[in-house]
Design a protein around this ligand. Structure first.
Ligand code: ATP
Ligand code: MG
Length: 234
């Protein structure tokens, strides 16, 4: 059962078309990775799904509802939360204030949700009164992901969650992502750590120059010679 589907997406910036008919699907319970070279259009695809860019053509379907062309705030309310590639926390606010910002549209008591997020990220609980800007790169990424989870989204979009982290922290962030997924949240993530991203993904897509190149299970793509040679550095 698809929770999210983007179909035949054509999108770009102004006159410049970047995505030339791209598709991607995430089923209930899945981690789906998108990999591909720099400039392939991976971030552009996530931005289009979230409504930050309006597609020239194509449809975005969330949980059987057509959400194409809605504004980002409407899309977030409908259950897609997104962690952008950069500038994804409020550095001058505390960890806890960052999480509260994530819950800003909740009318109910979100304190239980915060407890669950501290269960996933105990390292944040210890530092909840500290400024987010003072944290390490890995912890900042946890704040960004935790904030996105405050709304209990139907699906979480992550743009390069492991970017610029030391190898040990890359592993830790990936473990957290698996843990979040097992708690019931489907995940669509863009990654440059391609091998790791394929290892933990149920399925994955390779994008290049604004088009789909390959899609299969993560395992099958890891074994695919052409994918290995072209996109995984041999
Ligand atoms: N705000 C923008 N205005 C104009 N062009 C943009 C903008 N953002 C990205 N582009 C261009 O769109 C193309 C795709 O960019 P995008 O950020 O989607 O690639 P990506 O696959 O995420 O790459 P990376 O791996 O470097 O993050 C690139 O040629 C880029 O220069
Ligand atoms: Mg990108």
């Amino acid at each position: 059962m698809a929770i999210l589907e983007a179909k035949k997406i054509r999108a770009g910036y102004g006159e410049m078309e970047i995505l030339h008919g791209v598709f991607v699907k995430v089923n209930e319970g899945e981690i789906v990775s998108i990999i591909g070279p720099n400039g392939a259009g991976k971030s552009t695809l996530l931005k289009t799904i979230l409504g930050l860019l309006k597609p020239l053509e194509g449809r975005v379907i969330l949980d059987a509802e057509d959400i194409t062309g809605l504004d980002p705030d409407r899309i977030v309310r409908k259950g897609i939360c997104y962690v952008p590639q950069t500038d994804n926390i409020f550095p001058s606010l505390t960890v806890e204030e960052n999480l509260e910002m994530g819950a800003f549209i909740r009318k109910d008591d979100y304190k239980n949700r915060m407890k669950e997020i501290y269960r996933i990220f105990p390292e944040l609980k210890e530092r909840r009164k500290g400024r987010a800007g003072k944290l390490s790169g890995g912890q900042r990424q946890m704040v960004a992901i935790g904030r996105a989870l405050m709304l209990e989204p139907k699906i979480l979009l992550l743009d390069e969650p492991s970017a610029s982290l030391a190898p040990k922290l890359v592993q830790l962030i990936f473990e957290k992502i698996v843990q979040i997924n097992r708690s019931g949240v489907p995940i669509l993530m863009v990654e440059q750590n391609t091998r790791e991203a394929l290892k933990l993904a149920h399925r994955a897509y390779v994008l290049a120059m604004g088009r789909n190149r390959f899609h299969d299970t993560g395992e099958a793509l890891l074994k695919n010679e052409e994918v290995g040679r072209l996109y995984l550095g041999g």
